[in-house]
Write a protein that binds this ligand. Structure first.
Ligand code: BES
Ligand code: MN
Ligand code: ZN
Length: 489
Protein backbone atom coordinates (compact mmCIF):
# COMPACT_ATOMS: atom_id res chain seq x y z
CA UNK A 1 0.00 0.00 0.00
CA UNK A 2 1.29 3.40 -0.92
CA UNK A 3 0.07 6.18 1.30
CA UNK A 4 0.20 9.72 0.06
CA UNK A 5 0.55 12.04 2.95
CA UNK A 6 -0.66 15.50 2.06
CA UNK A 7 -0.82 18.44 4.33
CA UNK A 8 -4.21 19.95 4.78
CA UNK A 9 -5.49 23.30 5.87
CA UNK A 10 -9.24 22.79 5.51
CA UNK A 11 -11.83 23.00 8.25
CA UNK A 12 -12.53 19.49 9.49
CA UNK A 13 -16.30 19.59 8.96
CA UNK A 14 -15.86 20.67 5.32
CA UNK A 15 -13.12 18.18 4.54
CA UNK A 16 -14.02 15.81 1.73
CA UNK A 17 -12.68 12.47 2.90
CA UNK A 18 -14.13 9.02 3.53
CA UNK A 19 -13.23 9.25 7.19
CA UNK A 20 -12.06 11.96 9.58
CA UNK A 21 -9.73 10.95 12.38
CA UNK A 22 -10.37 13.02 15.51
CA UNK A 23 -9.26 12.70 19.13
CA UNK A 24 -11.31 12.52 22.34
CA UNK A 25 -9.85 12.90 25.82
CA UNK A 26 -11.00 10.97 28.83
CA UNK A 27 -13.80 12.64 30.84
CA UNK A 28 -15.23 14.26 27.74
CA UNK A 29 -12.67 16.99 27.03
CA UNK A 30 -12.39 17.62 23.30
CA UNK A 31 -9.36 18.78 21.30
CA UNK A 32 -10.00 21.90 19.18
CA UNK A 33 -10.81 20.15 15.89
CA UNK A 34 -13.19 17.69 17.57
CA UNK A 35 -14.94 20.53 19.40
CA UNK A 36 -15.31 22.38 16.11
CA UNK A 37 -16.93 19.39 14.39
CA UNK A 38 -19.15 18.87 17.44
CA UNK A 39 -20.32 22.47 17.22
CA UNK A 40 -21.07 22.24 13.51
CA UNK A 41 -23.11 19.06 13.91
CA UNK A 42 -25.13 20.43 16.79
CA UNK A 43 -23.44 18.59 19.65
CA UNK A 44 -23.86 15.08 18.21
CA UNK A 45 -20.42 14.00 19.42
CA UNK A 46 -20.98 15.24 22.98
CA UNK A 47 -24.37 13.53 23.01
CA UNK A 48 -22.74 10.21 22.08
CA UNK A 49 -20.11 10.72 24.78
CA UNK A 50 -22.82 11.41 27.37
CA UNK A 51 -24.75 8.35 26.22
CA UNK A 52 -21.62 6.28 26.80
CA UNK A 53 -21.14 5.28 23.14
CA UNK A 54 -17.91 7.24 22.74
CA UNK A 55 -15.06 7.11 25.24
CA UNK A 56 -11.66 8.67 25.64
CA UNK A 57 -9.73 5.77 27.16
CA UNK A 58 -6.35 5.43 25.46
CA UNK A 59 -6.75 3.76 22.05
CA UNK A 60 -10.54 3.36 22.47
CA UNK A 61 -11.99 3.67 18.96
CA UNK A 62 -15.53 4.61 17.90
CA UNK A 63 -16.92 5.29 14.44
CA UNK A 64 -19.82 7.69 13.91
CA UNK A 65 -21.63 7.95 10.59
CA UNK A 66 -23.45 10.68 8.68
CA UNK A 67 -23.08 13.47 11.20
CA UNK A 68 -25.20 16.48 10.16
CA UNK A 69 -23.27 19.24 8.34
CA UNK A 70 -20.12 17.14 8.19
CA UNK A 71 -18.90 16.46 4.66
CA UNK A 72 -17.08 13.22 5.49
CA UNK A 73 -19.23 10.11 5.70
CA UNK A 74 -17.49 8.71 8.76
CA UNK A 75 -15.73 10.07 11.80
CA UNK A 76 -13.28 7.86 13.70
CA UNK A 77 -13.00 9.06 17.28
CA UNK A 78 -9.79 8.00 18.96
CA UNK A 79 -9.40 7.85 22.73
CA UNK A 80 -6.39 9.86 23.96
CA UNK A 81 -6.55 9.27 27.73
CA UNK A 82 -6.26 12.14 30.20
CA UNK A 83 -5.83 15.53 28.54
CA UNK A 84 -2.92 16.37 30.83
CA UNK A 85 -1.09 13.10 30.13
CA UNK A 86 -0.59 12.86 26.39
CA UNK A 87 2.94 11.46 26.41
CA UNK A 88 5.02 10.86 23.29
CA UNK A 89 4.61 7.09 23.67
CA UNK A 90 0.82 7.37 23.99
CA UNK A 91 0.58 9.71 21.01
CA UNK A 92 2.48 7.28 18.79
CA UNK A 93 0.38 4.38 20.05
CA UNK A 94 -2.86 6.22 19.38
CA UNK A 95 -1.90 7.23 15.84
CA UNK A 96 -0.83 3.68 15.00
CA UNK A 97 -4.02 2.14 16.43
CA UNK A 98 -6.24 4.56 14.53
CA UNK A 99 -4.56 3.78 11.21
CA UNK A 100 -4.53 0.04 11.86
CA UNK A 101 -8.30 0.18 12.37
CA UNK A 102 -8.69 1.80 8.96
CA UNK A 103 -6.11 -0.08 6.94
CA UNK A 104 -8.53 -2.62 5.45
CA UNK A 105 -11.15 -0.09 4.37
CA UNK A 106 -13.84 0.52 3.38
CA UNK A 107 -12.61 4.12 3.55
CA UNK A 108 -10.04 4.90 0.82
CA UNK A 109 -9.20 8.40 1.94
CA UNK A 110 -8.66 9.47 5.53
CA UNK A 111 -7.95 12.89 6.98
CA UNK A 112 -6.41 13.21 10.43
CA UNK A 113 -6.40 16.08 12.92
CA UNK A 114 -4.27 14.22 15.46
CA UNK A 115 -1.08 16.09 14.49
CA UNK A 116 -2.56 19.24 16.06
CA UNK A 117 -2.49 17.70 19.53
CA UNK A 118 -0.06 19.04 22.12
CA UNK A 119 2.31 16.24 23.14
CA UNK A 120 4.19 16.45 26.43
CA UNK A 121 7.76 17.65 26.00
CA UNK A 122 7.56 17.69 22.19
CA UNK A 123 6.98 20.52 19.74
CA UNK A 124 4.46 20.80 16.93
CA UNK A 125 6.96 19.77 14.26
CA UNK A 126 7.64 16.56 16.17
CA UNK A 127 3.93 15.71 16.27
CA UNK A 128 3.58 16.17 12.50
CA UNK A 129 6.72 14.25 11.60
CA UNK A 130 5.98 11.40 13.99
CA UNK A 131 2.36 11.21 12.82
CA UNK A 132 3.59 10.51 9.30
CA UNK A 133 6.07 7.89 10.51
CA UNK A 134 3.59 6.19 12.87
CA UNK A 135 0.94 6.07 10.13
CA UNK A 136 3.32 4.56 7.61
CA UNK A 137 4.49 2.07 10.23
CA UNK A 138 0.92 1.00 10.97
CA UNK A 139 -0.02 0.70 7.31
CA UNK A 140 3.07 -1.18 6.17
CA UNK A 141 2.21 -4.57 4.78
CA UNK A 142 4.71 -7.12 3.53
CA UNK A 143 3.59 -8.55 0.21
CA UNK A 144 6.76 -9.07 -1.85
CA UNK A 145 6.37 -12.85 -1.82
CA UNK A 146 2.57 -13.13 -1.56
CA UNK A 147 0.12 -13.48 -4.41
CA UNK A 148 -1.00 -10.04 -5.49
CA UNK A 149 -4.63 -9.16 -4.73
CA UNK A 150 -6.87 -8.75 -7.75
CA UNK A 151 -7.81 -5.20 -7.03
CA UNK A 152 -6.26 -3.06 -4.34
CA UNK A 153 -8.54 -2.13 -1.46
CA UNK A 154 -8.12 -0.57 1.94
CA UNK A 155 -6.84 2.85 2.84
CA UNK A 156 -4.99 4.51 -0.02
CA UNK A 157 -4.59 8.11 1.01
CA UNK A 158 -3.98 9.94 4.23
CA UNK A 159 -4.18 13.68 4.66
CA UNK A 160 -2.77 15.28 7.78
CA UNK A 161 -4.07 18.62 8.97
CA UNK A 162 -1.08 20.91 9.27
CA UNK A 163 0.60 23.93 7.72
CA UNK A 164 3.99 22.38 8.31
CA UNK A 165 4.88 20.84 4.94
CA UNK A 166 8.53 20.58 5.96
CA UNK A 167 7.78 18.20 8.79
CA UNK A 168 5.48 16.12 6.59
CA UNK A 169 8.33 15.85 4.11
CA UNK A 170 10.79 14.89 6.86
CA UNK A 171 8.43 12.25 8.22
CA UNK A 172 7.95 10.82 4.78
CA UNK A 173 11.72 10.61 4.16
CA UNK A 174 12.27 8.74 7.41
CA UNK A 175 9.25 6.50 6.80
CA UNK A 176 10.67 5.58 3.38
CA UNK A 177 13.94 4.62 5.03
CA UNK A 178 12.10 2.51 7.59
CA UNK A 179 10.12 0.81 4.88
CA UNK A 180 13.39 -0.09 3.14
CA UNK A 181 14.76 -1.46 6.42
CA UNK A 182 11.67 -3.56 7.14
CA UNK A 183 11.25 -4.83 3.61
CA UNK A 184 14.86 -6.07 3.40
CA UNK A 185 14.56 -7.64 6.84
CA UNK A 186 11.37 -9.47 5.92
CA UNK A 187 12.53 -10.80 2.55
CA UNK A 188 13.25 -14.54 2.69
CA UNK A 189 16.88 -15.65 2.86
CA UNK A 190 16.78 -17.41 -0.51
CA UNK A 191 16.06 -14.04 -2.12
CA UNK A 192 17.86 -11.64 0.21
CA UNK A 193 21.40 -12.97 -0.34
CA UNK A 194 24.63 -10.95 -0.18
CA UNK A 195 24.42 -10.46 -3.96
CA UNK A 196 20.86 -9.21 -3.62
CA UNK A 197 21.92 -6.67 -1.00
CA UNK A 198 24.67 -5.49 -3.36
CA UNK A 199 22.11 -5.11 -6.16
CA UNK A 200 19.81 -3.10 -3.90
CA UNK A 201 22.72 -0.84 -2.98
CA UNK A 202 23.50 -0.26 -6.65
CA UNK A 203 19.85 0.53 -7.35
CA UNK A 204 19.81 3.01 -4.45
CA UNK A 205 22.87 4.74 -5.87
CA UNK A 206 21.01 5.13 -9.17
CA UNK A 207 17.75 6.33 -7.61
CA UNK A 208 18.95 8.66 -4.86
CA UNK A 209 20.71 12.00 -5.22
CA UNK A 210 24.32 12.22 -3.95
CA UNK A 211 24.55 8.49 -3.22
CA UNK A 212 27.47 6.42 -4.53
CA UNK A 213 28.19 2.73 -4.16
CA UNK A 214 31.24 0.49 -4.20
CA UNK A 215 31.09 -3.28 -3.81
CA UNK A 216 34.13 -5.40 -2.95
CA UNK A 217 34.09 -9.07 -3.91
CA UNK A 218 35.87 -11.99 -2.24
CA UNK A 219 39.15 -11.47 -4.12
CA UNK A 220 39.28 -7.80 -3.17
CA UNK A 221 38.59 -8.66 0.47
CA UNK A 222 41.29 -11.31 0.33
CA UNK A 223 43.75 -8.72 -0.93
CA UNK A 224 42.91 -6.57 2.13
CA UNK A 225 43.46 -9.51 4.49
CA UNK A 226 39.84 -9.58 5.68
CA UNK A 227 40.15 -13.22 6.66
CA UNK A 228 37.69 -13.11 9.54
CA UNK A 229 34.99 -11.77 7.22
CA UNK A 230 35.77 -14.15 4.39
CA UNK A 231 36.06 -17.08 6.81
CA UNK A 232 32.40 -16.79 7.79
CA UNK A 233 31.32 -17.06 4.14
CA UNK A 234 33.40 -20.18 3.40
CA UNK A 235 30.56 -22.61 4.04
CA UNK A 236 28.12 -20.83 1.77
CA UNK A 237 27.44 -21.12 -1.96
CA UNK A 238 26.53 -17.42 -1.84
CA UNK A 239 29.68 -15.31 -2.19
CA UNK A 240 30.40 -12.57 0.37
CA UNK A 241 30.10 -8.90 -0.56
CA UNK A 242 31.43 -5.83 1.16
CA UNK A 243 29.01 -3.06 0.28
CA UNK A 244 30.01 0.57 0.73
CA UNK A 245 27.34 3.22 0.25
CA UNK A 246 28.15 6.89 0.60
CA UNK A 247 25.72 9.76 0.87
CA UNK A 248 27.49 13.07 0.40
CA UNK A 249 25.34 15.88 1.71
CA UNK A 250 28.46 17.94 2.44
CA UNK A 251 32.17 17.93 1.71
CA UNK A 252 32.99 20.18 4.59
CA UNK A 253 32.83 17.71 7.45
CA UNK A 254 34.35 14.39 8.33
CA UNK A 255 31.99 11.53 7.64
CA UNK A 256 29.91 9.48 10.03
CA UNK A 257 30.33 5.75 9.36
CA UNK A 258 27.52 3.28 9.99
CA UNK A 259 28.54 -0.37 9.89
CA UNK A 260 25.72 -2.94 9.68
CA UNK A 261 25.86 -6.69 10.26
CA UNK A 262 24.63 -8.30 7.07
CA UNK A 263 24.35 -12.03 7.78
CA UNK A 264 21.62 -12.91 5.30
CA UNK A 265 21.08 -16.23 7.07
CA UNK A 266 22.73 -17.53 10.23
CA UNK A 267 22.59 -21.29 10.66
CA UNK A 268 25.41 -21.03 13.17
CA UNK A 269 27.75 -22.79 10.74
CA UNK A 270 29.47 -25.93 12.08
CA UNK A 271 28.41 -24.80 15.61
CA UNK A 272 24.93 -25.25 14.21
CA UNK A 273 21.83 -23.79 15.85
CA UNK A 274 18.86 -25.89 16.96
CA UNK A 275 16.03 -26.19 14.41
CA UNK A 276 13.29 -24.40 16.37
CA UNK A 277 12.92 -20.82 15.23
CA UNK A 278 15.96 -20.95 12.96
CA UNK A 279 13.92 -19.25 10.21
CA UNK A 280 14.16 -16.07 12.28
CA UNK A 281 17.86 -15.96 11.47
CA UNK A 282 16.83 -14.35 8.18
CA UNK A 283 16.64 -11.19 10.32
CA UNK A 284 20.38 -11.42 10.97
CA UNK A 285 20.92 -8.75 8.32
CA UNK A 286 18.70 -6.17 10.02
CA UNK A 287 21.73 -4.11 11.04
CA UNK A 288 22.67 -3.90 7.35
CA UNK A 289 19.07 -3.05 6.48
CA UNK A 290 19.10 -0.16 8.95
CA UNK A 291 22.27 1.17 7.31
CA UNK A 292 20.51 1.07 3.93
CA UNK A 293 17.50 2.78 5.51
CA UNK A 294 19.68 5.50 7.03
CA UNK A 295 21.35 6.22 3.69
CA UNK A 296 17.96 6.39 1.99
CA UNK A 297 16.36 8.61 4.63
CA UNK A 298 19.38 10.94 4.81
CA UNK A 299 19.42 11.34 1.03
CA UNK A 300 15.69 12.01 0.89
CA UNK A 301 16.03 14.52 3.73
CA UNK A 302 19.03 16.09 2.02
CA UNK A 303 20.86 16.23 5.35
CA UNK A 304 24.08 18.28 5.22
CA UNK A 305 26.22 15.36 6.40
CA UNK A 306 28.66 12.90 4.86
CA UNK A 307 27.45 9.40 5.67
CA UNK A 308 29.28 6.17 4.88
CA UNK A 309 27.38 2.90 5.13
CA UNK A 310 29.53 -0.22 5.34
CA UNK A 311 27.82 -3.58 5.07
CA UNK A 312 29.70 -6.86 5.27
CA UNK A 313 27.20 -9.27 3.71
CA UNK A 314 27.64 -13.02 4.14
CA UNK A 315 25.69 -16.19 4.71
CA UNK A 316 26.75 -18.44 7.62
CA UNK A 317 26.33 -22.06 6.53
CA UNK A 318 27.86 -25.44 7.46
CA UNK A 319 29.74 -27.22 4.68
CA UNK A 320 32.84 -29.28 3.94
CA UNK A 321 34.68 -26.04 3.34
CA UNK A 322 33.17 -24.14 6.27
CA UNK A 323 35.41 -22.76 9.00
CA UNK A 324 35.54 -24.94 12.10
CA UNK A 325 35.74 -24.33 15.85
CA UNK A 326 39.43 -23.97 16.62
CA UNK A 327 40.37 -22.25 13.37
CA UNK A 328 42.61 -19.22 13.76
CA UNK A 329 42.23 -16.37 11.26
CA UNK A 330 44.26 -13.20 10.76
CA UNK A 331 42.08 -10.11 10.55
CA UNK A 332 42.68 -7.03 8.41
CA UNK A 333 43.93 -5.24 11.54
CA UNK A 334 46.66 -7.87 12.01
CA UNK A 335 45.12 -9.29 15.20
CA UNK A 336 44.57 -13.05 15.10
CA UNK A 337 41.27 -14.55 16.23
CA UNK A 338 40.53 -18.06 17.43
CA UNK A 339 37.09 -19.04 16.16
CA UNK A 340 35.90 -21.13 19.11
CA UNK A 341 32.27 -20.98 18.00
CA UNK A 342 31.28 -20.45 14.38
CA UNK A 343 27.91 -19.10 15.57
CA UNK A 344 29.64 -16.00 16.96
CA UNK A 345 30.06 -14.87 13.34
CA UNK A 346 28.70 -11.33 13.54
CA UNK A 347 31.73 -10.01 15.38
CA UNK A 348 34.00 -11.75 12.83
CA UNK A 349 32.54 -9.88 9.88
CA UNK A 350 32.22 -6.63 11.83
CA UNK A 351 35.82 -6.53 13.02
CA UNK A 352 37.12 -6.41 9.44
CA UNK A 353 34.40 -3.97 8.36
CA UNK A 354 35.27 -1.69 11.31
CA UNK A 355 38.95 -1.80 10.36
CA UNK A 356 37.96 -0.93 6.80
CA UNK A 357 35.99 2.06 8.12
CA UNK A 358 39.24 3.69 9.30
CA UNK A 359 40.21 4.64 5.75
CA UNK A 360 37.37 7.17 5.66
CA UNK A 361 38.73 8.94 8.76
CA UNK A 362 35.28 9.06 10.30
CA UNK A 363 34.32 11.48 13.03
CA UNK A 364 32.09 8.83 14.60
CA UNK A 365 31.51 5.13 13.88
CA UNK A 366 28.35 3.30 14.90
CA UNK A 367 27.85 -0.37 14.24
CA UNK A 368 24.36 -1.86 14.26
CA UNK A 369 24.07 -5.62 14.67
CA UNK A 370 21.73 -8.42 15.68
CA UNK A 371 24.73 -9.62 17.60
CA UNK A 372 23.76 -11.69 20.64
CA UNK A 373 20.91 -13.69 22.10
CA UNK A 374 22.36 -12.57 25.43
CA UNK A 375 21.26 -9.00 24.69
CA UNK A 376 17.66 -10.23 24.43
CA UNK A 377 18.06 -12.07 27.74
CA UNK A 378 19.34 -8.87 29.34
CA UNK A 379 17.01 -6.26 27.84
CA UNK A 380 14.14 -8.09 26.13
CA UNK A 381 12.69 -6.71 22.90
CA UNK A 382 11.99 -3.15 24.06
CA UNK A 383 15.48 -1.70 24.26
CA UNK A 384 18.46 -1.92 21.95
CA UNK A 385 21.74 -2.55 23.75
CA UNK A 386 24.17 0.37 23.57
CA UNK A 387 27.87 -0.02 24.29
CA UNK A 388 30.52 2.65 23.97
CA UNK A 389 33.43 4.04 25.93
CA UNK A 390 32.46 7.58 24.95
CA UNK A 391 30.06 9.02 27.50
CA UNK A 392 29.14 12.01 25.33
CA UNK A 393 28.26 9.74 22.41
CA UNK A 394 26.26 7.46 24.73
CA UNK A 395 24.30 10.46 26.01
CA UNK A 396 23.58 11.67 22.46
CA UNK A 397 22.35 8.28 21.27
CA UNK A 398 20.29 7.55 24.39
CA UNK A 399 18.63 10.97 24.17
CA UNK A 400 17.90 10.51 20.45
CA UNK A 401 16.20 7.21 21.24
CA UNK A 402 14.07 8.75 23.98
CA UNK A 403 13.02 11.64 21.73
CA UNK A 404 11.47 9.33 19.12
CA UNK A 405 10.58 6.49 21.49
CA UNK A 406 13.06 4.05 19.95
CA UNK A 407 15.05 3.55 23.08
CA UNK A 408 18.43 2.04 23.83
CA UNK A 409 19.94 1.09 27.19
CA UNK A 410 23.61 1.27 27.96
CA UNK A 411 25.65 -1.72 29.05
CA UNK A 412 29.21 -1.32 30.38
CA UNK A 413 32.20 -1.88 28.13
CA UNK A 414 34.71 -2.07 30.96
CA UNK A 415 38.07 -3.60 30.22
CA UNK A 416 37.50 -5.93 33.20
CA UNK A 417 35.45 -8.10 30.84
CA UNK A 418 38.28 -8.37 28.31
CA UNK A 419 39.90 -11.25 30.20
CA UNK A 420 36.97 -13.45 29.15
CA UNK A 421 38.27 -13.24 25.57
CA UNK A 422 41.79 -14.47 26.31
CA UNK A 423 43.13 -17.65 24.70
CA UNK A 424 46.52 -19.37 24.35
CA UNK A 425 46.16 -19.82 20.63
CA UNK A 426 45.48 -16.35 19.21
CA UNK A 427 45.37 -12.69 20.19
CA UNK A 428 41.68 -12.97 21.01
CA UNK A 429 38.92 -15.61 21.10
CA UNK A 430 35.57 -14.97 19.43
CA UNK A 431 33.50 -16.02 22.47
CA UNK A 432 33.72 -15.01 26.12
CA UNK A 433 31.93 -17.78 28.02
CA UNK A 434 28.47 -17.83 29.56
CA UNK A 435 28.53 -14.56 31.50
CA UNK A 436 27.74 -11.16 30.01
CA UNK A 437 27.48 -12.37 26.41
CA UNK A 438 26.30 -9.05 24.97
CA UNK A 439 29.14 -7.21 26.69
CA UNK A 440 31.92 -9.62 25.70
CA UNK A 441 30.71 -9.34 22.09
CA UNK A 442 31.03 -5.56 22.46
CA UNK A 443 34.46 -6.01 24.06
CA UNK A 444 35.58 -8.10 21.08
CA UNK A 445 34.64 -5.22 18.74
CA UNK A 446 36.30 -2.72 21.07
CA UNK A 447 39.65 -4.38 20.34
CA UNK A 448 39.30 -3.31 16.71
CA UNK A 449 38.07 0.24 17.29
CA UNK A 450 40.78 1.73 19.45
CA UNK A 451 41.19 5.44 18.80
CA UNK A 452 37.84 5.69 17.03
CA UNK A 453 34.82 7.52 18.43
CA UNK A 454 32.74 4.37 18.27
CA UNK A 455 29.46 2.97 19.60
CA UNK A 456 27.87 -0.44 19.19
CA UNK A 457 24.11 -1.05 19.03
CA UNK A 458 22.99 -4.65 19.64
CA UNK A 459 19.54 -4.87 18.04
CA UNK A 460 19.06 -8.66 18.31
CA UNK A 461 15.81 -8.06 20.23
CA UNK A 462 14.55 -4.76 18.89
CA UNK A 463 14.98 -5.28 15.13
CA UNK A 464 12.24 -7.88 14.75
CA UNK A 465 9.08 -9.22 16.36
CA UNK A 466 8.94 -12.93 17.07
CA UNK A 467 6.84 -15.63 15.47
CA UNK A 468 5.11 -16.26 12.17
CA UNK A 469 3.18 -13.03 12.34
CA UNK A 470 6.15 -11.05 13.56
CA UNK A 471 8.42 -9.17 11.23
CA UNK A 472 11.12 -6.56 10.94
CA UNK A 473 10.37 -3.46 13.04
CA UNK A 474 12.61 -0.97 11.25
CA UNK A 475 14.42 -0.24 14.50
CA UNK A 476 16.81 1.35 15.31
CA UNK A 477 16.30 3.62 12.32
CA UNK A 478 14.23 6.23 14.21
CA UNK A 479 17.01 6.55 16.81
CA UNK A 480 19.72 6.77 14.15
CA UNK A 481 17.86 9.37 12.09
CA UNK A 482 17.13 11.50 15.14
CA UNK A 483 20.82 11.43 16.04
CA UNK A 484 21.90 12.17 12.45
CA UNK A 485 19.49 15.10 12.20
CA UNK A 486 21.03 16.50 15.36
CA UNK A 487 24.51 16.05 13.88
CA UNK A 488 23.35 17.99 10.84
CA UNK A 489 21.83 20.82 12.88
N1 BES B 1 22.60 -13.81 15.16
C1 BES B 1 22.89 -14.36 16.43
C2 BES B 1 22.31 -13.55 17.58
C3 BES B 1 20.80 -13.60 17.70
C4 BES B 1 20.21 -14.58 18.47
C5 BES B 1 20.03 -12.63 17.12
C6 BES B 1 18.83 -14.60 18.59
C7 BES B 1 18.64 -12.65 17.24
C8 BES B 1 18.05 -13.64 17.99
C9 BES B 1 24.40 -14.42 16.61
O1 BES B 1 25.15 -14.61 15.46
C10 BES B 1 24.68 -15.57 17.50
O2 BES B 1 24.43 -16.67 17.10
N2 BES B 1 25.18 -15.29 18.69
C11 BES B 1 25.48 -16.31 19.63
C12 BES B 1 26.81 -15.98 20.24
C13 BES B 1 27.37 -17.10 21.09
C14 BES B 1 27.76 -18.27 20.22
C15 BES B 1 28.58 -16.58 21.82
C16 BES B 1 24.37 -16.30 20.66
O3 BES B 1 23.85 -15.25 20.98
O4 BES B 1 24.00 -17.39 21.11
MN1 MN C 1 25.37 -16.65 15.00
ZN1 ZN D 1 24.30 -14.00 13.72
Amino acid sequence: MNIEVVSLKAQPAQCVADVLILGVFERGALPAATAEVDLVCGGAIRARIEAGDVGGKPKQLTKLYDLPNVAAKRVLLVGLGEASQLSAARYLDVVREALKALRNGPARKAASWLAELAVQGRDAAWAVREHVIAAETALYRYDATRRKPEKPDGLAELAIATHDETSVHAGRAIAHGMRRTRELGNLPPNICTPLHLADVARQMARDLTNVEVDVLDRAQMQALNMNALIGVARGSANPPQLIVLRYRGTRERKPVALVGKGVTFDTGGISIKPAAGMDEMKYDMCGAASVFGAIEASARLGLPIDLIGIVPAVENMPDGDASRPGDVVTTMSGLTVEVLNTDAEGRLILCDALTYARRFEPETVIDIATLTGACIVALGKHASGLMTKHDDLADELLAAGVEVHDRAWRLPLWDDYQTQLETSFADVANIGGKNAGAITAGCFLARFTEGLRWAHLDVAGSASDEGRKGGATGRPLPLLMQWLMQQAA
